[in-house]
Ligand binder design. Structure first.
Ligand SMILES: [Zn+2]
Length: 456
């Protein structure tokens, strides 16, 4: 359905229907690299991540640039809609899927002979980019594991390790701010707000003329990416507070950096409230337990999110998941130690494995039991967790046994299948690939798809 010149409301209609009905009609995270005009002078290119465009009398204001690999397609989509120069690029935060495509914007501006693009970001973004340079190899390795399901050890021989995690020609901020920045661009007011949440450098922006908010990754149409096991600290309570600050603006249009835009004041307020509540409840429950002296093990076993919430089309735990967020809350308010004396200064895994294997009468006994657990039709989640630990002891005690690796492949293949989040699937997939390489010299596992499909 098209209403008005250039306006394409299909995406808004889909979003409204799914929120109002609670039924997942279609995958909300679509990497089509196609542009939809979603307001008068407001457009969205759906990508990995999105680019949001706002027309002003002094050129375009763009929010995010998508990733390095999608930047060219996103810029092409932008040019199919507007021939105006890009005045300002606002980074919602410094993740590479949001800043990596800026080199395509830079090339576009140079080719057209436009003035250099202003780049606005919260001041922590440049600090983040500097950190990525210091942890370049680590970031390449964990991305391989998170998205590819491939062992980080593989990255050592991979040519991509020589590359920079942040492309060298990425546009860096030319205007930095700390808490808030209000600016006038081409007759429009842009009110930028710093917010902690997924990162420490997030910006969400209120644009009064359109009664519109660009939300960055504060809303992504999946469970909040607030527990990622391989990343630095994240901030669930501050995330919720930012959502509440957005709700107070009574916006009519909220455009996230992933997933669908949301239209309508009440609908936006409702979604923001539900996501904020989930985060607040997790923090409250974890802190309440910590305050009674509970260990992390107790808390992971007892704190949950209501299944009805996780079934909502915008809260499915298919990327990050509540268990990882719980661990992250523990780290934020407590520390890295889980409160269990055996893990404060533990014996090496191989020393414990040798002892357990000797008590069991051999590595085969452990591997056999692990296999029996995962092959059972009635295997519970705990059975699968125990199977992983048993097979790790077997492999640690006898890493040259091909049979141990074969069992390990079977165990983690089963475990991966039982998981919903891309992050768990990625880590368990990497374990499968690692043992596959030990057995066959190569990994045949298909990478975890990054489309965030629930079938994955
Ligand atoms: Zn993102």
């Amino acid at each position: 359905m098209t209403s008005g010149p250039g306006l394409n409301t299909d995406i808004l209609d889909l979003s409204s229907r799914m929120i109002d009905s609670g039924v997942l009609e279609d995958e909300p995270n679509r990497i089509t690299n196609e542009l939809s005009e979603i307001g008068d002078g407001v457009a969205l290119v759906e990508s990995f991540s999105h680019m949001v465009l706002v027309r002003t009398s002094d050129g375009l204001v763009a929010f995010d640039s998508s990733a390095a690999m999608t930047g060219n397609r996103v810029v092409r989509a932008m040019r199919s809609w507007s021939g105006e120069p890009v005045n300002t690029l606002v980074y919602t935060h410094g993740h590479v899927d949001h800043i990596g495509g800026s080199r395509s914007l830079r090339a576009d501006a140079a080719e057209r002979g436009d003035a250099p693009i202003r780049v606005v970001a919260q001041e922590n973004l440049a600090v983040r980019v500097a950190r990525y340079q210091r942890t370049n190899g680590y970031n390449q390795a964990i991305n391989l594991r998170q998205f590819g399901g491939l062992p980080p050890s593989l990255a050592r021989d991979d040519s991509r390790m020589a590359n920079s995690f942040v492309p060298a020609d990425t546009l860096l901020p030319t205007v930095e701010y700390r808490q808030e920045l209000t600016e006038q661009i081409g007759g429009l007011t842009f009110e930028h707000h710093h917010a902690l949440g997924e990162t420490d450098d997030h910006t969400w922006t209120w644009i009064p003329k359109h009664r519109m908010i660009t939300a960055g990754d504060h809303l992504t149409w999946v469970f909040p990416n607030c527990g990622n096991p391989q990343k630095v600290q994240r901030y669930p309570l501050e995330w919720a507070q930012s959502l509440r600050a957005m709700a107070a603006k009574e916006a009519e249009l909220l455009v996230p950096a992933h997933g669908l835009p949301i239209v309508g004041r009440e609908r936006i307020a409702g979604v923001l409230d539900v996501v904020a509540q989930v985060l607040e409840q997790l923090v409250d429950d974890v802190l309440a337990a910590m305050n009674t002296g509970a260990t992390l093990d107790d808390i992971v076993g007892s704190v949950t999110v209501a299944p009805e919430a996780l079934a909502l089309p915008f809260l499915r735990p298919i990327y990050d998941e509540p268990e990882f967020v719980i661990n992250n809350i523990w780290r934020l308010y407590g520390g890295w130690w889980d409160g269990n004396p055996e893990t404060l200064k533990p014996a090496t895994r191989s020393a414990v494995a040798a002892e357990v294997v000797s008590l069991a009468g051999g590595a085969d006994t452990l591997a056999d039991r692990a296999l029996a657990l995962v092959e059972s039709d009635t295997a519970t989640d705990q059975d699968l967790r125990v199977a992983c630990q048993l097979v790790e002891y077997a492999v640690a005690a006898d890493p040259d046994s091909m049979r141990n690796h074969e069992v390990r492949m079977a165990v983690y293949t089963r475990r991966r299948k039982a998981e919903r989040s891309l992050m768990a699937k990625g880590v368990f997939g990497a374990a499968v690939a690692e043992s596959e390489i030990a057995v066959r010299g190569e990994a045949t596992l298909k990478p975890t798809r990054i489309t965030l499909s629930p079938e994955d």
